[in-house]
Design a protein around this ligand. Structure first.
Ligand SMILES: [Zn+2]
Ligand SMILES: [Zn+2]
Length: 383
């Protein structure tokens, strides 16, 4: 495409992104966003697939060579319950809702990719599917897309997250674990309530819980290999209702983040043993409950070369991607099919989910062009 064409497309993408930014919608409420995406694709005569199970979100396709493989490009479309504080002229018009994770940017960029690929159909050695996924922020949308058949027939999937700390034109690439698994736990410590002045007649669950909090800190340092990483955070602890009564139980909960499957399996086992053992030492009982939430984003090494080649062809920089302890439901697609997730530099001033989160819109055309190139190359790579 000519320089002029790219400039004109960039202008269109900026206005799309601003339109989305001004009217953010929360997870599974992206009805207007869905209508806009459909309209923009229809204006380009891009085929939209029938997905009756998806109330929000759009799945579209561009077919190149008929008998070739299908690859998917995914953009998430939802916003967050945050009051915007950017002061931008196109700031959110919806009280308490904001595109503070840049999913407006992801959506507009991938529409740009669709527009570009629609003009390069002849180069496509297969089909490119575009997944505009709802409800990433509550880690529910990817599951919904899969249930709706969005991955049917797809050989590989690609996606991105904007990265404020990388400059525009720089793309972070990494094979293997990129983003952490996200899991939740609850611990209920049961003792025996009684008079605070006569603790010897009670089993104090608060004393036991205090030791459990300390003990759990040693799981990462003593039970997990120094070559792996894990985070254990206890974020809520509740017990007691009065100054002179020993309560009969204490509840706590928190989250565990890991990057390796082994660590993800080992941490809860050690936590359970630790909690039960400490509680038993006090004559109390601890009940450990584990709620698996999201696996880690694991990039398939077979696509590292394609991901790098796409950047090189367009004159963009690549850097080794830094891991993020945040979660991404893109990981759920990767449980089904191989995939590759990249960091797209956006020269932002604030981190994701900050009320003053911004990005440099120059990154829109960069991302649109990058994924078009990547799709062309990936179709030659997958079998
Ligand atoms: Zn987010
Ligand atoms: Zn996000």
């Amino acid at each position: 495409m000519s320089e002029e064409y790219n400039k004109a497309l960039h202008t269109r993408l900026v206005s799309m992104r601003r339109e989305l930014h001004e009217h953010p919608e929360l997870s599974f409420q992206e009805f207007e966003t869905t209508k806009k995406i459909r309209r923009w694709l229809e204006e380009e005569n891009i085929a939209i697939l029938d997905t009756p199970k998806l109330e929000t979100g759009v799945v579209a396709e561009i077919k190149g060579r008929e008998e070739g493989p299908v690859i998917a490009l995914r953009a998430d479309i939802d916003a967050l319950p945050i009051q915007e504080q950017t002061g931008l002229p196109f700031a959110s018009k919806t009280e308490g809702t904001m595109h503070a994770c840049g999913h407006d940017f992801h959506t507009a960029s991938i529409i740009g990719t669709a527009i570009l690929l629609n003009r390069r159909k002849k180069e496509l050695k297969g089909t490119v599917r575009f997944i505009f996924q709802p409800a990433e922020e509550i880690a529910a949308g990817a599951r919904m897309v899969i249930e709706a058949g969005g991955l049917d027939g797809v050989s590989a999937i690609f996606g991105m997250h904007n990265k404020p700390d990388l400059p525009v034109g720089t793309i972070g690439l990494k094979e293997g674990a990129l983003m952490a698994s996200v899991d939740r736990f609850e611990i209920l410590v049961r003792g025996k309530g009684g008079h605070a002045g006569i603790p010897n007649n009670s089993i104090d669950p608060i004393a036991a819980a205090g030791q459990i909090v300390s003990g759990l800190q040693s799981v990462v340092s003593r039970n997990i290999s120094s070559l792996q990483n894990a985070v254990v955070s206890i974020t809520r602890i509740q017990g007691g209702s009065s100054w002179n009564v020993i309560p009969d139980q204490v509840g706590m909960e928190g989250t565990v983040r890991t990057f390796q499957k082994e660590a993800r399996e080992a941490v809860p086992k050690h936590m359970e043993r630790m909690a039960e053992g400490i509680a038993a030492g006090f004559g109390a009982q601890a009940e450990f409950r584990w709620f698996p939430y999201l696996p880690s984003v694991q990039n398939d090494g077979r696509f590292l070369r394609a991901a790098s080649e796409a950047a090189t062809r367009l004159g963009y920089q690549t850097v080794p991607a830094e891991q993020s302890p945040g979660g991404e439901d893109f990981a759920l697609y990767q449980e089904n099919i191989p995939g590759f997730f990249v960091w797209m530099g956006t020269s932002g001033t604030e981190e994701w989910h900050h009320p003053a989160f911004t990005l440099d819109e120059e990154a829109l055309i960069v991302a649109a062009r990058y994924f078009a190139e990547l799709a062309v190359i990936a179709l030659e790579t997958v079998k």
